[in-house]
Design a protein around this ligand. Structure first.
Ligand code: 0X9
Ligand code: ZN
Length: 300
């Protein structure tokens, strides 16, 4: 069964998603939108009250396999949206959620290598190294900086843009869903709330709008448990790295408010964040999401 006292494998998460949709047919639907390289079904949750003809927020998790707090927090927030009293928000905003967009990598971290980051595709016939970095694989300034052409590198951009089928699936959903105002992709770790660009130190012309909303969201987050976050463009906050999903969502997908959130912690446990921190991290992050949701409701 699903709870937030522990981390869960892909099968448990998807079974929980199906039961949630069955329990809340008025608020939540689940559809298979693709299949991973190794054949795992990929699902999209649509969460809204009274139709989907409203401004949308797209949320994904676990693009990087080992960042387990990401799907844990994304599922926590989905559960809060559906079991809390958020009808007011759900009447005005539609949430599209994919908690695990790298299901093969995620599964591999449960069975073989807890610290695996990439996908599990077979792209390298020379050295036999597997997978590409799914957050270097998007077709916007692809492989220009902070990415590698070496299939054995942790930041391998892939043989060509969108070589990874899982990223094609997410791309196609962002493209298909009209009216997206926000793209939120949850990673770990470092406690950063970042906006584009990741391929240049330059800022988007509307960066102040993105910064203002990030400040409000982080303020609400910090108020819960005192967790400190830094805010800024990803190049200027961590490092330059092109081919990320956030840059594509804004630069090609046209989603104005595109953010990459690096969840807890600041390196004490890193990717191996104790399960006792799932609920506190979920609680604070959900406060930030509610600020973003209210903003969309009040602005569009
Ligand atoms: O390097 C990444 O993909 C992200 N950090 S992580 O430690 N989770 O791997 C940051 C991505 C920021 N966005 C872009 N560079 N576009
Ligand atoms: Zn990551």
């Amino acid at each position: 069964a699903m709870d937030w006292a522990d981390y869960h494998n892909y099968e448990t998460i998807t079974a929980w998603m199906a039961s949630l949709a069955a329990q809340h047919p008025d608020l939540c639907s689940m559809e298979q939108v693709g299949t991973s390289y190794e054949g795992r079904p990929m699902y999209l949750l649509t969460i809204s009250k009274g139709g989907t003809d409203k401004p949308g927020i797209f949320i994904d998790g676990d693009i990087h396999a080992r960042e387990w707090i990401s799907p844990a927090v994304v599922t926590y927030m989905v559960n809060q949206l559906l079991t809390g009293s958020h009808d007011d928000l759900l009447s005005s905003v539609v949430f599209y959620v994919m908690p695990v967009i790298n299901p093969d990598g995620y599964s591999y971290t449960f069975t073989d290598d807890r610290l695996w980051r990439k996908t599990r595709s077979h792209t390298d016939s020379v050295f036999g190294c597997m997978g590409a970095d799914p957050n270097r694989n998007w077709d916007f300034h692809w492989n220009e900086v902070g990415a590698s052409s070496n299939p054995c590198s942790e930041t391998y951009a892939g043989p060509h843009p969108f070589s990874e089928v899982e990223m094609q699936v997410v791309r196609d959903q962002i493209t298909r869903l009209g009216n997206l105002k926000v793209y939120l992709t949850f990673h770990s770790f470092s406690q950063l709330w970042m906006y584009p660009w990741g391929f240049t130190t330059d800022l988007p012309s509307d960066w102040k709008d993105l910064d203002d909303l990030a400040q409000d969201a982080v303020k609400a987050l910090t108020a819960i448990h005192g967790t400190h976050y830094e805010i800024g463009s990803s190049t200027n906050t961590i490092y330059a790295a092109a081919g990320g999903s956030d840059d594509w969502a804004k630069g090609v997908g046209g989603v104005k408010y595109a953010y990459t959130v690096e969840l807890r912690d600041q390196g004490n446990y890193g990717f191996l964040l104790p399960r006792s921190q799932i609920i506190p991290t979920g609680e604070e992050t959900f406060e930030a999401l509610k600020v973003v949701g209210s903003f969309v409701k009040n602005t569009y």
